[in-house]
Design a binder for this molecule. Structure first.
Ligand code: ZN
Length: 140
């Protein structure tokens, strides 16, 4: 698209201010209408064009606690270490939040690895109570 020089555009602007603006918009519309460039998709979060957007990908939808059946077991690990192990949690169900909640409730360390959430020590009762409070369906 030829835009002319600055002074050309200023002269047009002075001569027919309103008309020049309308004319330019009409040209844009015709130029892009019906092509993939017509109204390119923009990111809803940052407003940038999708190609230019650097937003992190949206979080996957969480599986609510009510749809997760968790099995609690007290198990022995290496060197006689006892852990409270939770199986059946959905990886898309907010396991990081649950882990930090349980660690704080039990006052113990813990991990989530290979689909198993472990809290160090025997905390079956506290873990069961916390899970029930949050709405999880608990076995064991
Ligand atoms: Zn974005």
């Amino acid at each position: 698209m030829s835009t002319g020089t600055m002074s050309d555009r200023r002269q047009i602007g002075i001569a027919v201010a309103g008309f020049a603006f309308q004319e330019r918009n009409a040209t844009m519309t015709r130029l892009f209408a019906g092509t993939p460039f017509d109204r390119p998709p923009k990111c809803e979060a940052c407003g940038e064009l999708v190609q230019a957007c650097v937003c992190p990908p949206p979080e996957p939808e969480r599986v609510p606690p009510q749809r997760q059946r968790v099995k609690i077991a007290i198990e022995k690990r290496k060197r006689g270490k006892v852990v409270t192990a939770l199986r059946g949690l959905s990886a898309e169900g907010g396991t990081a939040d649950l882990l930090s909640r349980l660690k704080s409730v039990c006052g113990a360390g813990g991990t989530f690895k290979d689909g198993i959430l472990e809290i160090q020590g025997d905390h079956g009762d506290r873990v069961r109570a916390t899970l029930s409070q949050l709405g999880y369906r608990v076995d064991g």
